[in-house]
Design a protein around this ligand. Structure first.
Ligand code: KG4
Ligand code: ZN
Length: 337
């Protein structure tokens, strides 16, 4: 079965084809980084207009690259995300499905991230703990099976990726700041500045990164050299990663599970990967999995893949509207199945 995936939840336009026997055949993403840098961030109205420009072009491109003539299913991101951006992909997907007379499945963007590592490791088995770290979400999820999700921890304010982006901006780096900050941090001294690890002594598994960002902002004012900035970047990265892994470790112990999946844009962070691997090996003798670097940030391959899984198991999420901008993955289970 060939599934066309369409992703337009935020500022990246993604189009991909997933083949259930061969895997991802093509995966194209157009980012809007130039526009975002010019405007100092994402402007929803402009992001949706850009999606309109890119989507037809990208679709033609992937059919040219693969020479594929037929698709069997269309999966699109229905939420969570910016409503004006979501509507572009949703309208496009539904119109295409209608004109080609093929089924269309609405997919939850965070479920796409959560299961994206399965595209690389066919052996990931349920249950596992999912650490979802993106630009808008920081969640610890107990994943019992497809569609059976339990949120153990959530972010109360800035998500991990958002904190990376904001601190990067304070350091004078370009959007999206996460990869740039991480690159700068690689020249910095570990824990040169000791920044707080927010909420690690709370009994719950929630996160709050806005205070950490404020704390870093105060230090940035007093240090100006490139080496100072690298030390600040590294110390901030250390604080975020420590916090994420302390809470993740608690979740693994709580559930008595030993398999971890890290997904979402921040899962591309190499220090996070390294430290998660050390933790899982030492404390749990377990495994940690993440998607390939091209599948960590927003893409349509993960949407096509989850579309296939849901269609195959007749577990299509029910939506009475085209898009759902605030759509938590816990709403997917178990009643929607
Ligand atoms: O999952 P994603 O593409 O979009 C959302 O669904 O939000 O995540 C984007 C986020 C951005 O905040 C970006 O700065 C962050 O992921 N990110 C990183 C890295 N690569 C992307 N953060 C830290 N280190 C990285 N290497
Ligand atoms: Zn995302």
């Amino acid at each position: 079965m060939k599934v066309l995936g369409i992703e337009t939840s935020c500022d990246d336009t993604g189009v991909a084809i997933y083949d259930s026997t061969k895997g991802v055949l093509v995966n194209q993403v157009y980012n809007q980084n130039i526009l975002n840098n010019k405007n100092g961030g994402i402007i929803p109205e402009l992001a949706s207009r850009k999606h309109m420009d890119s989507i037809v072009f990208l679709l033609k491109k992937i059919f040219n690259i693969t020479n594929i003539k037929d698709i069997d299913l269309i999966a699109y991101t229905a939420g969570p995300g910016l409503v004006s951006s979501l509507l572009v992909g949703a309208t496009f997907a539904c119109s295409l499905g209608f004109s080609l007379n093929i089924p269309v499945v609405p997919i939850n963007h965070m479920e796409g991230h959560l299961l994206s590592p399965m595209l690389g490791y066919k052996s990931i088995k349920y249950p596992f703990i999912g650490l979802l770290v993106s630009g808008k979400h920081t969640q610890i999820v107990a994943v019992h099976e497809l569609g059976q999700y339990e949120i153990l921890g959530n972010c109360l304010d800035d998500a991990a990726g958002e904190a990376f982006d904001k601190v990067a901006k304070l350091l004078g780096l370009k959007y999206p700041g996460g990869p740039a900050l991480s690159k700068l941090a690689s020249d910095g001294v570990e824990n040169y500045f000791y920044f707080p690890r927010p909420m690690i002594h709370h009994s719950n598994l929630n996160f709050s990164f806005s205070g950490l960002k404020t704390c870093v902002a105060k230090v940035i004012k007093n240090f100006k050299t490139v080496q100072d900035k690298a030390n600040i970047a590294r110390s901030f990265e250390d604080a975020v990663i420590d916090t994420l892994l302390i809470k993740t470790k608690k979740a693994l112990k709580l559930k008595k599970w030993k398999h971890l999946v890290i997904a979402g844009g921040v899962s591309a962070n190499s220090l996070l990967r390294k430290q998660a691997e050390q933790m899982i090996k030492k404390d749990f003798n377990g495994t940690v999995s993440y998607a390939g670097l091209d599948l960590c940030t927003d893409n349509a391959a993960m949407i096509a893949y989850v579309g296939f899984l849901r269609y195959k198991e007749a577990k299509k999420p029910q939506l009475d509207i085209l898009v759902k901008p605030k759509w938590s993955i816990i709403e997917l289970s178990p009643i929607d199945n």
